[in-house]
Ligand binder design. Sequence first.
Ligand SMILES: [Zn+2]
Length: 269
Amino acid sequence: MPEGHTIHRLAALHRRMFGGDVVRAESPQGRFAGGALRIDGRVLQETDAHGKHLLLGFDDDRWLHIHLGIYGTYTFGPVPAPVPTGVVRLRLSDAEEYADLRGPATCELLDPAEKKALHARLGPDPLRADADPELAWRRIGRSRTSIGVLLMDQSVVAGVGNIYRAEALFRQGVDPSLPGRALSRERWEGIWADLVLLMADGVRVGRIDTVRPEHTPEAMGRPPRVDGHGGEVYVYRRSGMPCLVCGTEVATGVLSGRNLFWCPRCQAV
Ligand SMILES: [Zn+2]
């Protein structure tokens, strides 16, 4: 599942492609035919993202709400758009470009009150200017649940997925199994600051890089990482390999159904 930086990039891309334009909307697959009909011919006025939720605002105050889930994908290109292949839930286009959405977990229209309710049930998003980390701390600081699970709970912090979770905990030296209420406020502030920094970098670059300058392949004289998701990381999907900082084998385990990676030596708090 894409992490929050991907969704913020998608919001920016939709703004660049369609912002201020009359947009054609259709659902070649048919499953969003009614919704597409309602936004067809409307002007896309603004875009928004909160965690893993993409929101496109039209000139009748309706918001298109998309959550990609595990299977959702986008493809973009210049018009004329090709004949839709596969199950295209939604095709948006203007005079120049098109965007095809396939397989989202959610594709629906919201009115402003429903959009507000969506924001209210999501935790602060490190990529949003209006994010209040205090809201997350109030939940974390009194929770018996492990910080590893809390960071993935979208109602606590929105937008963090498996990679940012693993890497922020590593960088702050925090054991993922530590209960939220055993985490010091100082460590929480370090985790939040790291998420803000790393995720903003992810938006800029389009991939997740989390290693500090002294741990890049160039600085360490090591080969670059080879992995489908790209990016230089400390522990994510590096189980059994030596920690870039201390040389200990990176450990892996399953926590709430998701793979977790950490260095048993560096993350001892
Ligand atoms: Zn280590």
